[in-house]
Design a protein around this ligand. Structure first.
Ligand code: MLT
Length: 254
């Protein structure tokens, strides 16, 4: 089962967090947008307070768990927003049950599956994190997630992200890595996504750079793209004012 937070009232915005974080990464969005919308933020399997999956946390299994949560809450239709790994889950939710998805927000993510090299790297990370723990992984991962502006100017944000990763269970990190390695390519799904779509990307995102977001937007039938200044891969945390502005405008236009 998944732990979650449900705040506010109005149309539901479901926000799916990045790897290897948890639902609290959406705090700046929940605080600002819950005056007009109902925000549902689950901890994905193994992260935060949610139970671990048995074995790899495949995107199929994670999306099924999120659909089960929607059924439990009797929510029939949502705008799905996913950042990075959350975006991979959002593609899978769309494939499993497109009627649930009223609109889609794809932030700092990509449609492509992993290369063989990326898969091998994920298997190595899964092995390593089980041996050396989450704190060492947090040191390695934080500078990749945050943009150069945050790394240079926002020590409190650097510490917050590092702590969030250090708190993740090594088994959750390993399971998500192995699950993401198995994810299918979602490129062919893009042209079938005919609901309104918002693509967001941090201008300093080194993991899923703006060029990746632009290519994705071109293949989506009804997508707008916005580049978030002074932000890296965690654009919602690094520049919440700008990120929220685009979210609100998109949600109002639905
Ligand atoms: C994330 O932020 O969720 C990760 O960068 C996703 C990934 O490892 O592909």
């Amino acid at each position: 089962t998944l732990s979650y937070e449900l705040q506010g009232s109005g149309p539901t915005l479901l926000l799916l967090h990045a790897f290897p974080l948890n639902r609290t990464m959406w705090t700046p969005q929940v605080q600002t947008l819950s005056s007009q919308f109902q925000l549902l933020t689950p901890d994905l399997p193994g992260f935060g307070e949610s139970d671990l999956c048995d074995g790899p946390a495949t995107m199929q299994a994670v999306a099924e768990a999120v659909h089960a949560l929607l059924r439990e809450l009797a929510i029939q239709e949502v705008v799905v927003g996913g950042l990075s790994m959350g975006g991979y889950v959002a593609f899978e939710m769309f494939r499993q049950n497109p009627q649930t998805v009223r609109g889609l927000i794809l932030a700092d993510t990509r449609a492509e599956a992993d290369t063989e090299e990326a898969r091998a790297n994920r298997r190595a990370v899964a092995d390593r994190v089980r041996k050396t723990g989450s704190a060492a992984f947090a040191d390695e991962m934080t500078p990749k997630l945050l943009g150069r502006t945050s790394m240079q100017q926002r020590p409190e944000l650097v510490a917050q992200v590092r702590e969030m990763i250090a708190q993740a269970r090594p088994e959750a990190i390993a399971g998500a890595q192995l699950g993401m390695a198995l994810r299918p390519d979602s490129t062919a799904t893009l042209r079938r996504i005919t609901c309104p779509t918002l693509v967001l990307v941090g201008e300093e995102d080194a993991l899923t750079p703006p060029a990746v977001a632009e290519a994705m937007q071109r293949q989506l039938p009804r997508a707008r793209l916005a580049v978030i200044p002074r932000a890296g891969h965690l654009a919602n945390l690094e520049n919440p004012a700008e990120f929220n502005l685009h979210l609100r405008e998109f949600l109002r236009g639905l």
